[in-house]
Design a protein around this ligand. Sequence first.
Ligand code: COA
Length: 523
Amino acid sequence: MQTMWTLQNSLCQIMKKTVHTLKCKKARYGQYTKTYPVLDGSIPSVCEHVFEENLRNSEACIKRYSELLCKVRKGGGENAILRHTQRNKKLLVRERLRMLLDDESFLELSPFAGFDLPYGDVPAAGCLTGIGKICGVWCVFVANDATVKGGTIYPISVKKQLRAQQIAIQNRLLLVYLVDSGGAFLPLQAELFPDQSHGGRIFYNEAIMSAMKIPQVAVVCGSCTAGGAYVPTMAEETVIVDKIGSLFLAGPPLVKAATGEDISPEDLGGARMHSKVSGCVDHFASSEKAAYECVRNIILTLNYELPPEKTLEYDDPLYSAEELLGLAPQGYRYTLNIKLILSRLVDGSRFQEFKAEYGTTLVTGFAHVEGHLVGIVANNGELTHDASLKGSHFVQLCSQRSIPILFLQNTAPHAAEPTSLSQCGRSFDPNFLFLWPNARVALMDARHMSMFQHAGNDDCTELNHLKEKLDQESSAFYSSARLWDDGIILPQNSRKVLGQCLSIMKQQKYQIVSLQHYPVIRL
Ligand code: COA
């Protein structure tokens, strides 16, 4: 597994009182952090050819990344966009987010989810998810893109929404749903509806999150049928947009088929009906703009006590982030010393290394990223016995001190023992997990497949086919399409993304939590 980034909260949770004490101490600490030793990030001239090889590979990967992103941003395509904006008179999903969020610097999650799946391409899995600020508060959002088959829910859309909810739970972030969905994508209903982690889990989670005091607000900003109708009705507070939003378990054609009654969408489940008669929604908005303003006002009732907005002061790294493209390894044979990467990620290129001389194939130590203190666990070769011991010692230190850990994962492929699971992969529940576009995620390097031939398998065709499959399935894009990670980020943007994640993880300190543990029960 190469160059995978995970961020994990340390195991210990700090009590509020301790937080206060730490905050007071921090003011005094500030002036001392600049004494961590400075890393030498200059690239040795003997490594220039490796740098050049890596650079060429990174450029090719980024080209593919940009092309795919451009395709994904077009959603369901031109005709669907025209139908959405001109016939249905709705705003596009990114325009909605622009109105809802404080600014455009939100962290989008898994934009490549749904790419080239066995059942076809589903741009961004038919819904945008991410984390952005509303009235200064970090919020997770889940926003259907109705240009993709009417916002219907594919199996991958279920997975993406469940992941967004998991992020909200783990980081205690409130969740805003912009719902514009025809419910289940019927041709794949068996793969998205009946099982434990299928569609119903989204509604179940809404109740659980409410009981955990994780607020959830929904906007009905399109035609929401069946599964699309449960999300807003299970949310704690719901806004509906006049003439655009509607909610029903079955739409007018089904009513006609079942009862013979002719009824308009407005009368069956429009904004006025649900705000005046059924009480299913709590706020009537005359336009989309008014609806997003209403959500912002709701957020202001959530009783957060955020610290006064002050920008953290920090030094930039001493070396250019652009050079990370030449340091992002093309393969394990092309890996350079991890400290060259660290020196381009951390504040002032300063790093307080732990056990520098012991188990050197794993680098551990403390640094700051955009002013946030982190423990770093970074592979620097094969994970040996000593390196593993050192890693576990260091993780416990971070846990004792309640310091988030940044894992920089680049585990050597080992012919006999697959090690890619040995760091903080998805199964370890990191708060966030990102890949660089050059990353490869597999139990085994395709080059090691030849050992099976020696073991008596002389069918070259089958082996070559398997190699090809392994190669294709280990690409970062294959991983991200299936939501094995939270997205692909460019090496040069890593510091910004890490800074955002660390700031997001910190917010839970400021949520007012009372002792009651029951959900909001709607009408
Ligand atoms: N499953 C699969 N495909 C669906 C679908 C569903 N539930 N609902 C809509 N689609 C497809 C349409 O076939 C169409 O595909 P196309 O672009 O290849 O022609 C596309 O989504 C857009 O649908 P369309 O009806 O043309 O757009 P619209 O904006 O006028 O309406 C909906 C969108 C979702 C409101 C409307 O299609 C609808 O009410 N669908 C039925 C919803 C339903 O009954 N769901 C029950 C799920 S259990």
